[in-house]
Design a binder for this molecule. Structure first.
Ligand code: OOB
Length: 547
């Protein structure tokens, strides 16, 4: 029996469900099974309450414990006044509380907005205000940063925000550990309801929010776990931020929990932190962004830690070079390499574990689902010939039909018949695998971290000495790309240091601050009067090549 997306008071406005007939087809195909994320955990906890679900620092949480804590937290949140349909910005490092909080909110039907630890005042304040969040969940400190100070600023700016919940020392806020009550009966959300928001890498002035439903997300998790052959003895190590779609669902932590396996959390991705965990917990699967791969391979050559339990090393988030892919395969004996090309909006592609070496090394995989529809088109939305490079459009059982409350942007980001314009330039192989050839969206992919050029340009233009600004990608040996800002000054150009300090004061996340600044008299324009970013990218690439 399926339940329709909820019509209860508090059910979410401002999102685009799949058309009813399409949704019905996904149900009939068995993709959407009418289960919520909260029920999924409940079910696993019933099956094997004593198995370890999450390992984090000194904590080892069994399925039963995670399930109970989520229930008590749900009741505690309700008692605080958090209601179904409310939005809650969650910004946590890789710690077990991330799962306690998310599952509690899933069960309550309140919606986590999954921020990244690197986000700062500019981003968090936007998420809180745009979603009208009632609560903000943080850790006291992490990576040398005090999130309580940030929360203090956010609270002043956000009238809807009633609660700041803190893991650790709460200071003047509420300790998450004190949010606790006896569980009661709850109606809970419907499987077709939006469960939470992912954040888009974006290409526009403000970040876009991605509404993911229980049904669609669980399908991608379940199918991903199958593709990666996860089972109850699988151990997933999360080294990238847990909130990111790759780490959460591809198959990530949720895939491991779905399979009844174990999630091990590494606070940071360095081999120093990760390798001892791999050895101790007998990790079988982990996921990296490309810049980490050479670092890991170098460290793996010194046989200080036993990595022999690793079965699959996933790499995604940015393009992996075939050279590094080959090295990974030869260095890690007994461990398969898997390329993952995905997006928080939905579509995820994997090379399969039994794919021939050429496909694993040279392609970014093929879609999860036989019902992921892929089109590769030219600038006029006409299909290109198979094998030619074009824009990737997609729609399917776990790809959104629209961003949250973004009608104008949605009209450009989706075709009329519901295909998402990924902004990626790809080529299809005869086997149906995709090769990412570039990007048409105005974004910088800084080693997997996405920077929307327009967002940073807006911040730069707020500086009194900046008359015009264009942010572009420049090649970088370590990260693949870094960002370069071309700026036209008002009068005498200030030192780059001053511009960067200005952005930091505005509360912009560090990874978005330009890696390089070039002062110019004017920005080159195309024949239609737009900034010619291609010319700027060429210019900085040539300059770097000569240096
Ligand atoms: C993942 O998700 P997002 O939302 O941070 O970024 C999506 C974008 C893609 O549109 C593409 O431009 C780029 O990141 N990308 C890749 C890639 N994987 C992602 N470009 C080239 N090669 C790859 N393997 O990054 C993400 C989400 C789920 C699973 C994996 C990655």
């Amino acid at each position: 029996m399926h339940r329709e997306p909820s019509r209860r008071p508090g059910a979410l406005d401002g999102w685009t469900p799949w058309p009813a007939d399409v949704a019905e087809r996904y149900r009939q195909l068995g993709y959407w099974r009418g289960e919520t994320l909260g029920e999924m955990l409940r079910d696993r906890a019933r099956q094997h309450p004593d198995r370890v679900a999450v390992v984090s620092g000194g904590r080892r949480l069994s399925y039963g414990e995670l399930d109970r804590r989520a229930d008590r937290l749900t009741a505690g949140l309700l008692r605080l006044g958090v209601r179904p349909g409310d939005r809650v910005v969650v910004q946590l490092p890789n710690i077990a509380e991330f799962f306690e909080v998310c599952f509690a909110l899933f069960r309550l039907g309140a919606l986590p907005v999954l921020a990244l630890p690197a986000h700062r005042r500019a981003e968090i304040s936007y998420f809180c205000q745009f979603t009208g969040a009632v609560a903000y969940v943080i850790a006291d400190r992490d990576g040398g940063f005090d999130y309580r100070e940030l929360a203090g600023q956010i609270q002043q700016e956000t009238s809807t925000l009633k609660h700041v919940l803190v893991v650790g020392d709460p200071g003047r806020f509420t300790a998450l550990s004190s949010v606790d009550a006896e569980p009661g009966e709850l109606p809970g959300p419907a499987p077709g309801d939006v469960a939470f928001f992912q954040l888009s890498g974006g290409s526009t002035g403000v970040p876009k929010l991605i509404p993911r439903t229980h049904d669609d997300y669980l399908y991608s998790v379940r199918a991903s776990a199958e593709i990666c052959a996860l089972h109850a003895d699988s151990v997933y190590l999360a080294v990238l931020p847990v909130a990111h779609n790759f780490t959460l669902s591809s198959p990530g932590s949720l895939g491991a929990l779905h399979a009844g396996g174990r999630v091990v959390l590494s606070p940071r991705p360095s081999p120093d932190e990760a390798f001892p965990l791999i050895e101790r917990e007998r990790v079988t699967l982990t996921a990296l962004v490309p810049p980490l791969v050479p670092v890991w391979l170098d460290a793996a050559r010194a046989p200080r830690h036993d990595l022999s339990s690793l079965r699959v090393l996933q790499v995604g988030g940015a393009k992996l070079s075939p050279e590094v892919a080959r090295r990974a395969r030869s260095t890690l004996a007994g461990c398969a390499l898997q390329q993952v090309f995905g997006m928080a909006e939905g579509l995820v592609n994997y090379t399969r574990l039994d794919d021939p070496e050429d496909l694993v090394v040279e392609t970014q995989g093929r879609p999860i689902s036989p019902h992921d529809e892929i089109r590769v088109v030219d600038d006029e939305d006409r299909d290109v010939e198979r094998g030619q490079v074009g824009h990737l459009l997609t729609r399917g059982p776990y790809t959104i039909r629209g961003y949250y409350k973004a009608d104008a942007h949605n009209a450009a980001a989706f075709t009329r018949d519901g295909f998402y314009r990924t902004g990626d330039l790809v080529r299809l192989t005869p086997s149906g695998h995709l090769i990412v050839e570039g990007r048409a969206k105005d974004q910088i992919n800084r080693g997997g971290e996405k920077i929307a050029a327009a967002e940073v340009e807006d911040h730069l233009l707020a500086h009194p000495s900046v008359r015009d600004a264009a942010l572009v990608a420049m090649p970088d040996a370590l990260l693949g790309e870094r960002s370069c800002a071309f700026l036209v000054p008002h009068g005498r150009p200030p030192a780059p240091r001053e511009i960067n300090a200005f952005l930091r004061e505005r509360g912009v996340a560090r990874y978005k601050v330009p890696d390089r600044i070039e002062w110019v008299d004017s920005l080159p324009k195309t024949s239609v009067g737009k900034v010619d970013k291609k010319a700027l990218r060429r210019r900085i690439a040539e300059e770097l090549a000569q240096a």
